[in-house]
Write a protein that binds this ligand. Structure first.
Ligand code: SF4
Length: 265
């Protein structure tokens, strides 16, 4: 892993995401190295994703300056990196950013795949915020292939549970829905979600950003799930109702629980 300390010029970026005004990415690059990650294609990063991280060491100070000039709004931490990837333990950039945001009127939505987020519970208790943990599947072996360096699904759920018990608003980001993987044991998955009492569940499908993005996924599928390559191609690149049907199935199951939910597709 190539780690470089860099100085950023801006940190509070305008966001086009629904209900989000700004995003903050304390790092460029991500140790979690998820197979399906589309961040490198969004930020046009040519270095091998998962092999490098640029640490924005001056981000908290830049944020202080930028907040003076920008209107209050909803902030997502983060959109193209994980704010609690392992390096955060050492650098504490996310923590220092939260310290700057804690006394402002900004609403902060944190999204991560790491139980390290619990370290900052003291700050969350003083902020207007919600904490989301991403989960694509509960199957540990699958997670090792698709999200190799993040916390296990069970750790993420325990993290959510602890945050919820501590009075923090929480959500599960159920996505990206991996065709014929995330929908295995769907009843069991949603039932397990319900036990941690998230305030809501946000659900999204898998979005392929470019041919290069697909090739990267396809190569790993060929090695680990050869029988899924053709099926994924069909779902992702031809007219079909796979995700519509999956949406209906999820709605039917989730309605059995008292949980709010929203689809991004
Ligand atoms: S945690 Fe998020 S940003 Fe990091 S590799 Fe995974 S999908 Fe990409």
């Amino acid at each position: 892993m190539l780690v470089k300390e860099i100085k950023c010029r801006t940190i509070l970026s305008k966001s086009g995401l629904y209900d989000i005004d700004y995003s903050i990415n304390p790092y460029k690059g991500c140790e979690h190295s998820c197979l399906y990650c589309y961040a490198p294609f969004i930020i046009r990063e040519k270095r091998k994703w998962g092999n490098f991280v640029d640490v924005k060491i001056n981000a908290p100070e830049v944020l202080t300056k930028e907040m003076r000039k920008k209107k209050k709004g909803n902030i997502l931490i983060s959109s193209v990196t994980d704010p609690y990837q392992p390096l955060e333990k050492k650098y504490k950039i996310t923590r220092r950013i939260l310290e700057k945001l804690k006394d402002t009127k900004h609403f902060v939505s944190v999204l991560t795949k790491s139980s390290l987020v619990l370290r900052d519970l003291d700050l969350f208790k003083k902020m207007k915020c919600e904490i989301g943990l991403t989960i694509t599947t509960l199957d540990e072996d699958t997670v090792k292939i698709f999200e190799p360096n993040s916390s296990s699904p069970e750790e993420r759920l325990e993290t959510l549970s602890y945050l919820k018990i501590s009075g923090i608003k929480t959500y599960i980001f159920f996505g990206p829905l991996l065709p014929f993987i995330s929908d295995l044991n769907l009843e069991k998955t949603i039932s397990r979600f319900s036990l941690v009492r998230p305030d809501y569940i946000l659900i999204d499908k898998l979005n392929i950003k470019s041919q290069e993005h697909w090739e990267k996924i396809k190569n790993v599928l060929e090695m680990n799930y050869p029988n899924l390559v053709k099926k994924w191609k069909k779902v992702l690149f031809s007219k079909n109702d796979y995700y519509d049907k999956l949406k209906q199935r999820i709605i039917e199951i989730i309605q059995n629980y008292d949980i709010k939910y929203e689809f991004c597709y």
